[in-house]
Design a protein around this ligand. Sequence first.
Ligand code: DGL
Length: 216
Amino acid sequence: MQFKIGVFDSGVGGLSVVQAIQKALPELEIIYKDDAEHVPYGIRSIEEIHSFVKPIFRDFIDEGCKVIVIACNTVTTNLADKLRAEFHVPMVGMEPAIQPAAAASKTGVIAVCATPRTLSSKRYKWLKEQFAKGVKVLEPDCSDWTQMIENNRVDREKIAKIVDDICEAGADQIVLGCTHYHWIEQQIKDLTKGRAKVIQPEAPVIAQLKRVLKEL
Ligand code: DGL
């Protein structure tokens, strides 16, 4: 499949997704765009994020991208519907993997690590109502994780405390609901000391991308 696709995130989070796409679909031409000037998005208003993202998506289309991967949970959960209506190009989004986490949980407790704007989105609330009925969903404060990762200054102690707290509270599934956190996935896995499984949506997103490309 010799297509050109666009991949977007506010910052370095989406690069982890690019890596995964390149591994699975090496023949694709990938144009990656971020928004270094405005990252982090997760603490901004929806209107502000929309105004930043719109011209970037326009550029993807002008540059001939046949599909856009929104490698950002914050943009997907708040703006995917709007962007799909504005730009007539298939989009593959990324959102917190609540469904598999809730289905796999034996303790009935899961944790979702995501940005404040993702956690406050209607789509996230819908996902919880739809797929995590009767499951306790912990939402630890990860509001400064994007910046830590952008600046390559990960505070191990801080992350360790959060991971420990959620494991102690009984969570046996930890959802990485922000692509920036994929860069510290191994660290988080190590910190769980086998108490919880760490889930992120790269594999289903690639499967969805393959389906979309087949239909082009
Ligand atoms: N990587 C993004 C996400 O998946 C956004 C992080 C941010 O800019 O705050 O939500």
